[in-house]
Design a protein around this ligand. Structure first.
Ligand code: PLP
Length: 446
């Protein structure tokens, strides 16, 4: 389950998949049975261009043979080895990750999902700093388990746990977006948003704050890159107040924003990176935390005892190594060459009066909509409701695009669509998909 869209199947009603109430886009969704490259098809043979990479995770594209082969070979040799023992696939993937991670992030802890990776990172930060609080951004999404949902800023996700989970130990601050600060330039936005963050840290009490956890480019919350210099100010604040910086790269990692990790473009060094989704191109569940050398050493010294049965599953690690080969050999270059076309095609959607902003980086973009007369969003950004309601025309655009054969994601809040194709999409795929989206916007808004 992801934060990208609202559960549309109320508990008790027949869900689209699974036998228990389960998150889905509703009953009227295709049953996907096959995939190849950027396309998937359903049980009736209808094809879709998958410009959401399912849940922003099938980065290498569907049915990439080298990944399937690596998984098969691993499963034949030995499918599972206890996470308390060494395994060659796991060791190889850890080394490969350390090679591409920025700076000295060479310690790797493997988990199963992004939610659990974030919870582990929080556990590490608290142990290291001997401080309880982790600050995250309003509107952010960090996972669905109790701890990760409590860290999540998006009100709909928080609401699923807040009545029951102890949310102490997490605080929120505003992301550096124009809707949150009255700023006339990106530089002023940086200054105001960073000053606000400093205020929050001081107000919480710097000694009580272990870490900041945030995405380098907002993911399902709207694909917003930070304004220039923002992360430098954040890093300075972390150094000044002795707070760790954790970059949640569950979506932004593995080429999604052009580099191995989204934070690289900001030129600052995080203390930890959490990853999931693209690490195996979603061919098997795998996630993890990359930690700074010195932090890893200190955690080992303290003897912090964490580990999950399926964390670093060998078949998933074999998929990870093969996926990294594909990114390295072909797909990072493909993003670099195709991203400008994706950007210009999407920016052309601004010609629709109802499209208020197009933003993103690499292969992660959001198209935002607002009432042309008033500039008001179609759903209340802070209320956490209405993402998929019948009267939200943005959800209708997504549906119309799906009916015409293109899958895109729904953002949170639901006044935006998320466009994030597999990294193998070429220019003609991009033109075809954005053309369909263009028509879908025209169909809904006229
Ligand atoms: N962090 C971010 C930024 C995410 O987008 C997600 C999921 O979409 C998660 C964490 C949670 O990952 P998972 O669904 O694998 O638990």
């Amino acid at each position: 389950m992801t934060g990208s869209e609202r559960p549309a199947t109320p508990a008790g009603e027949t869900p689209a998949s699974g036998s228990l109430p389960h998150w889905s886009d509703g009953d009227d969704v295709p049953t996907i049975t096959r995939g190849e490259g950027v396309r998937v098809s359903d049980d009736e043979g209808t094809q879709f261009l998958d410009f959401a990479s399912q849940l922003y995770c099938v980065n290498a594209g569907h049915s990439e043979e080298t990944i399937v082969e690596a998984m098969t070979e691993q499963a034949r040799r030995i499918p599972y080895v206890s996470s308390s023992k060494h395994n060659d696939a796991r060791t190889e993937l850890a080394a490969r990750l350390a090679d591409v991670a920025p700076g000295d992030l060479s310690g790797v802890y493997f988990a199963v999902s992004g939610s659990e990776a974030n919870e582990a990172a929080v556990q590490f930060a608290r142990a290291e700093q001997d401080a309880p609080k982790v600050l995250t951004r309003w509107r952010s999404y960090h996972g669905a388990t109790y701890g990760a949902a409590a860290l999540t800023g998006d009100p709909e996700t928080r609401a699923t746990v807040e009545r029951y989970a102890a949310t102490s130990g997490s605080g929120k601050f505003l992301p550096p977006i124009p809707a949150a600060f009255d700023a006339e330039s990106p530089e002023e936005l940086t200054e105001k948003a960073a000053d606000h963050l400093e205020f929050v840290i001081r107000n919480e009490g710097p000694d009580s704050v272990a870490a900041l956890l945030m995405e380098p480019v907002g993911g399902t919350s709207g694909a917003f890159p930070a304004p220039p210099g923002y992360f430098e100010r954040v890093r300075d604040l972390c150094d000044e107040y002795d707070v760790l910086l954790i970059s949640d790269e569950v979506i932004t990692g593995f080429g999604r924003c052009g580099d191995w990790f989204g934070i690289e473009a900001e030129g600052v060094q995080p203390d930890m990176i959490t990853f999931a989704k693209g690490v195996t191109s979603a061919y098997a569940p795998l996630a993890g935390v990359l930690v700074r050398d010195s932090l890893g050493a200190s955690l080992r010294e303290e003897g912090i005892d964490v580990g999950q049965t399926f964390g670093g599953h060998p078949v998933a690690c074999a998929a990870g190594v093969a996926a990294m080969d594909v990114y390295e050999d072909r797909l990072l270059d493909n993003v670099e060459s195709v991203a400008p076309t994706l950007e210009s095609e999407l920016r052309a959607l601004n010609a629709h009066e109802a499209v208020s902003e197009v933003r993103g980086r690499g292969f992660l973009w959001a198209v935002e909509f607002a009432e042309p007369e008033t500039g008001d969003p179609y759903v209340d950004p802070w209320a956490g409701e209405g993402n998929e309601t019948d009267d939200n025309p943005v959800a209708a655009v997504k549906e119309a695009a799906m009916d015409a054969g293109v899958l895109v994601g729904g953002g949170r809040p639901g006044f935006q669509l998320i466009v994030a194709p597999p990294l193998c999409a070429d220019e003609s795929d991009v033109r075809e998909a954005v053309g369909v989206l263009d028509d879908a916007i025209g169909e809904v808004f006229g």
